[in-house]
Design a protein around this ligand. Structure first.
Ligand SMILES: [Zn+2]
Length: 272
C-alpha cells in the first residue's frame, strides 16, 4: 500500500477520528434497526430444517409400521391356509394320535393368527400416534414458514430502506479511515470494539468522559483542549476530544432547546 504522503496534525487526526466515529455510529444505528431480525431469521431457518427432518423420520417410521402390518397379514393368510388344510385332514384321521397332533397344530396356528392380529393392532395404534405427531409437526412447520416469511420481508424492507444510506456511510468511513495512520486506526477500532456503545472517541461532557462519564481532572481537560497529543480516558481508554474541535457545541444547544421545548409543552399541558 502507498504510504500517506503527509502526517496529519493531532488536531486533524482527532477531527478525522471523530468524523469516522460519527459515520460508524450511524452505520451501527442502521444495523441496530435490523436488531435481532437477522438472528431470528437464521433461527427460524434452522428450526424449519429440523422440523422437515423430523417429519421425514416420522414418515419413514410409518412406512415401517405399514410394512410390518403387511408382513403380519401375510403370516395370517399363511396360518389360515394351514388351518384349513389341517381341518380337511381331520376328516381323514385314522387314530387319536393323528387327531391330537392336527388339533394342536390348528390351535397353534390360531394362536399365531391372534398374535399377528395383536401386533397389527399395536402397529396401527403406533401409526395413529405417528400421524398425530406428524400433524403437530406440520402445523408447527406451517407456523414457522409463515413467521419466517414475515421476518424476512421485514428484514428486507429495513435493508432496502437503509441500504443506500448505509452504503454511502461505508464509503465515507473508508475514505476517512484511509486518512488515519494504521496504528492509530487499529487502536481506535480496538477501543471501539471493546466499548459497549461502539464509541472509540468521545468528547468531554460536563468535565467528564463522554463514554464512561468519569470526571476528568482539570489538568487533563486542559491538555485535551490544547490538542497537542492524543489523550485517552484513564478509566475506559476511549480517546477524548474537545467538544469544540468535534464540532458538537451546536448539538448540545440543540439538546438544551429540545429540553426547554419539552418543558414548555409540559407547562402548556398543565395550564390546560
Ligand atoms: Zn471514559
Amino acid at each position: 500500500m502507498a504510504k500517506k504522503e503527509q502526517e496529519l496534525s493531532v488536531e486533524e487526526k482527532l477531527k478525522t477520528l471523530f468524523q469516522l466515529q460519527t459515520s460508524l455510529s450511524a452505520i451501527d444505528e442502521k444495523k441496530a434497526l435490523r436488531g435481532e431480525l437477522p438472528l431470528e431469521v437464521q433461527d427460524l431457518e434452522d428450526e424449519i430444517e429440523g422440523l422437515k427432518i423430523r417429519i421425514d423420520k416420522i414418515n419413514n417410521e410409518i412406512d415401517e409400521f405399514e410394512k410390518a402390518i403387511n408382513d403380519r397379514k401375510g403370516d395370517i393368510i399363511e396360518a389360515q391356509t394351514s388351518v384349513q388344510r389341517y381341518k380337511l385332514q381331520l376328516d381323514d384321521v385314522r387314530n387319536n394320535r393323528e387327531y391330537d397332533t392336527l388339533s394342536k397344530e390348528i390351535e397353534f396356528q390360531q394362536l399365531e393368527i391372534e398374535l399377528c392380529n395383536k401386533k397389527i393392532r399395536e402397529a396401527q395404534q403406533k401409526i395413529k400416534d405417528k400421524i398425530a405427531e406428524r400433524e403437530k409437526a406440520e402445523l408447527n412447520l406451517d407456523d414457522h414458514i409463515q413467521e419466517l416469511e414475515m421476518k424476512r420481508n421485514e428484514l428486507d424492507d429495513i435493508i432496502e430502506e437503509t441500504r443506500a444510506e448505509e452504503d454511502h456511510l461505508k464509503v465515507k468511513a473508508k475514505e476517512l479511515e484511509s486518512k488515519i495512520e494504521p496504528r492509530l486506526l487499529t487502536s481506535f477500532k480496538r477501543i471501539r470494539k471493546s466499548a459497549r456503545n461502539g464509541l472509540g472517541i468521545v468528547y468531554v461532557q460536563r468535565d467528564a468522559c463522554g463514554g464512561c462519564f468519569n470526571k476528568i481532572p482539570p489538568q487533563r481537560q486542559l491538555d485535551i483542549k490544547m490538542h497537542k497529543k492524543i489523550i485517552v480516558c484513564e478509566y475506559c481508554g476511549r480517546i477524548l476530544i474537545d467538544p469544540e474541535l468535534a464540532g458538537v457545541k451546536s448539538n448540545v444547544s440543540a439538546d438544551e432547546k429540545k429540553k426547554t421545548r419539552k418543558r414548555s409543552i409540559r407547562r402548556k399541558k398543565d395550564e390546560e
